[in-house]
Design a protein around this ligand. Structure first.
Ligand code: ADP
Ligand code: MG
Length: 244
């Protein structure tokens, strides 16, 4: 397994957001993290990306190595990348500058080599099979295009595990379909993708396994093969629906 978690809990004041969750991700797989609002999905992603610390007693292994005391910077250097819902991009910078942002930070006070930066950004876009104007300011792009820029930025930083927190929430069906093509491409390149979505049809279509969180607990991880939307809803809500 690329990532293996055991006994991960998180308490915020009086709220137990995660209760002894185990979770694993294999290299190159597309895994869905499903669960109703408030079930703990984002909290789990924030723990794996070093934003929050789990309660003591958790085990977290990446590539078989312990990753206790993870910080966001260490997580990124390991290849753990998150495409946040707000995307954390820079509206006034160009597509190329957004894609190469971290690489440029790495250049520190040295002058940024713009043509190398554009080449790198163009190479990543080509790898995804996407056409975007490298010089457009980001604010001129659609949400779906910005999403792609955020994915490119993760790739240029050598992502091995990409979390997408509700990436299709504000996309049209056509944009969603295009994003799912990109997700499959990442997976074919050996990059593991963990995908959070409320749209169960697309979850069952693109993901090989689904991990269901309910009320901070991991209800289980199931192959999507043979899984129905009704069954998945039952697992998420804990209610049984009459299928008569
Ligand atoms: P999801 O992403 O599945 O909707 P979250 O992980 O955001 O769920 O939230 C899980 C629970 O933890 C919710 O009850 C939420 O209100 C609570 N929670 C999440 N983050 C915080 C925080 N920073 N402070 C207090 N409570 C939080
Ligand atoms: Mg969330």
């Amino acid at each position: 397994m690329l990532l293996r978690l055991d006994n991960v809990s998180k308490v915020f004041g009086g709220v137990q957001a995660l209760r002894s969750v185990s979770f694993d991700v294999a290299p190159g797989e597309v895994l869905c993290l499903a669960g109703e609002n408030g079930s703990g999905k984002s909290t789990l992603i924030k723990i794996i990306s070093g934003v929050y610390r789990p309660e003591p007693g958790a085990t977290m292994l990446f590539d078989g190595e312990p990753i206790d005391g993870l910080t966001p910077g260490v997580a990124r250097s390991l290849g753990i990348q998150v495409i946040w819902q707000d995307l954390a991009l820079f509206p006034e910078m160009s597509v190329a500058e957004n894609i190469a942002f971290e690489r440029n930070l790495g250049a520190g006070l040295r002058l940024v080599d713009y043509s190398a930066m554009r080449d790198a950004a163009a190479g990543i876009l080509a790898r995804l099979g996407v056409t975007l104007d490298l010089d457009s300011p980001l604010r001129e792009l659609s949400i779906a295009q910005r999403q792609i820029v955020a994915i490119c930025r993760a790739l240029i930083a050598d992502a091995r595990l990409v979390f997408m927190d509700e990436p299709t929430a504000s996309l049209s069906q056509a944009e969603t379909d295009a994003l799912l093509v990109i997700v499959r491409r990442l997976s074919a390149d050996g990059i593991a993708v963990v995908f959070v979505s409320h749209r169960l049809a697309e979850v069952l279509e693109v993901c090989g396994r689904v991990t269901v969180l309910r009320d901070g607990r991991n209800v289980g991880t199931f192959p999507t093969q043979g899984m129905t939307q009704t069954r998945l809803t039952e697992l998420m809500t804990g209610q049984t629906f009459d299928q008569a």
